[in-house]
Design a protein around this ligand. Structure first.
Ligand SMILES: [Zn+2]
Length: 158
């Protein structure tokens, strides 16, 4: 971790503590006791910088949401067929419903200044049973003192 980033994290935490924000006492104690390293502190930085984004976080796709191999009843004999799910992500997003578009526009408005806001399509497909599922996400990335900080929000179909 570059020293200037550590310095930026320290200054950021100092401002939170001085402003009595984000459980300032806990931050002060954890940082003083060496329990809040830079990686942990960057989560706090993200919490604060992305605070205005009012959208649930993206739920990760899981085998059991679409793969018949893992949802079928356990057979009486022999092992259950294992899932052979493959996952991927693409920035090719074709259609949004009006509600999804509204959510996307809100996130773009709520994102911190200078952040990039990108639609992404997450997909999973099981090679054994052929079933698949997609989920859209809104990836928000902010370059913060040379370090990209990002969070992805869910764009569920309604
Ligand atoms: Zn399957």
């Amino acid at each position: 971790m570059p020293t200037n980033l550590t310095l930026a994290v320290d200054q950021f935490l100092q401002r939170l503590i001085a402003g009595e924000r984000h459980d300032a006492d806990a931050l002060r104690r954890q940082r003083a006791d060496g329990l809040l390293d830079d990686e942990e502190a960057l989560k706090v930085v993200r919490d604060v910088l992305f605070y205005n984004i009012r959208c649930p976080r993206l739920r990760k796709l899981e085998d059991r949401e679409f793969c018949a191999c893992v949802t079928q009843a356990v057979p009486l004999r022999g092992p259950r067929m294992p899932s052979r799910a493959q996952y991927g992500v693409s920035t090719e997003v074709k259609n949004l419903s009006p509600d999804q578009y509204t959510t996307f526009r809100n996130v773009r408005t709520q994102a911190p200044a200078g952040a990039s806001v990108v639609l992404r399509r997450h997909f999973g497909r099981c090679e054994a049973c052929g079933r698949s599922k997609e989920r859209l996400g809104i990836l928000v990335t902010l370059d913060w003192h040379g370090r990209p900080l990002s969070r992805e929000y869910g764009l569920e179909a309604t």
